[in-house]
Write a protein that binds this ligand. Structure first.
Ligand code: CAA
Length: 276
């Protein structure tokens, strides 16, 4: 059932109200939990959902109170079961190209290069575009019931939201080829063994685990973390020398108040306070 305009939840974010139908946003204690919220469609990503997630992330980026984003899916069956097959089933070649390009630009690349850490809390099926979304995140924590895979070739298409690239980066080319060609699903334990997820926990503690990790991250310098994200990503960007970007970002840190605070705190034998 579609909610009427007046019934949609309103979110006050960075000096503006946002209205979302397919995602929800919960901001507290420095963490923004962005939930893909179409549980009847197993949280499949249609155009509107991608646009809403884009808007929310752009807004949170400006919100200094937010230091970490946790991405998850509504209810306990799916993180995201992929791009919305019903929406693209009759697309032409040109529309297929636009779908992949717009999706990558609006959401997947935005997440990968997001200046604040993004943790994917993978709470169920993460298939196709869903696994691609989790792989765009900087860190993945999966629940024991999660099932992951890139089943696109079973639909006569290939992963289009960066999956052919990011899966190979995370698990190596051979395993990525196996997962893509067989269109199979793997358990979270297997995903952990092959390096696809950072850790696996029971579903009832998934969000707590993600929030605990977020709180550890929040103790550290936001500017240094932003630089680390840039430097790590640079190593996976063709035509960019990651070592050079590391040197540049390392040097920049020396001009920040946060570097002064971090080093001073160490010398004064106290905890640094980066979020005054
Ligand atoms: N797109 C649209 N709707 C989806 C969907 C998707 N990716 N995945 C699930 N749904 C919908 C189903 O159509 C169903 O809706 P209706 O009740 O209206 O029919 C509802 O969610 C519940 O799904 P199922 O009845 O199929 O649930 P299940 O428990 O029997 O099966 C599942 C679960 C194995 C995840 C199965 O839903 C499935 O295989 N989904 C598709 C997975 C997939 O192929 N993902 C890749 C999409 S292509 C892609 O992502 C391209 C890209 O890279 C850009």
């Amino acid at each position: 059932m579609l909610l009427g305009y007046a019934q949609l939840p309103l979110y006050l974010t960075q000096n503006s109200f946002l209205m979302f139908e397919n995602i929800s946003l919960d901001i507290s204690n420095g963490v923004a939990i962005l939930t893909i919220n179409r549980p009847k469609q197993l949280n499949a990503l249609n155009k509107q959902t991608i646009e809403e997630a884009h808007k929310a992330l752009k807004n949170i980026e400006l919100n200094e109170a937010v230091g970490v984003v946790v991405l998850t899916g509504a209810e306990d069956k799916a993180f995201v079961a992929g791009a919305d097959i019903k929406e693209f089933a009759d697309f032409t070649i040109a529309q297929g190209g636009t779908l992949a390009q717009r999706g990558q630009e609006l959401l997947f690349d935005l997440v990968e290069h997001y200046p604040k850490p993004v943790i994917a809390a993978v709470n169920g099926f993460a298939l196709g575009g869903g696994l691609e979304l989790a792989m765009s995140a900087h860190i993945r924590i999966a629940s024991t019931n999660a099932k992951m895979g890139l089943p696109e070739v079973s639909l006569g298409v290939i992963p289009g939201y960066g999956g052919t690239q990011r899966l190979a980066q995370l698990v190596g080319k051979g395993k990525a080829n196996e997962l893509i060609f067989t269109a199979g699903m793997i358990s979270s334990e297997e995903a952990f063994r092959c390096g696809l997820v950072n850790s696996v926990v029971e579903q009832d503690v998934l969000m707590d685990t993600a929030l605990k990790m977020a709180s550890k991250i929040l103790r550290n310098s936001p500017m240094a973390i932003r630089s680390a994200i840039k430097a790590v990503n640079a190593g996976y960007t063709s035509g960019v020398n990651g070592y050079e970007v590391e040197i540049e970002e390392f040097a920049k840190c020396f001009g920040t108040e946060e570097f002064k605070e971090g080093t001073t705190a160490f010398l004064e034998k106290r905890k640094a306070n980066f979020r005054k």
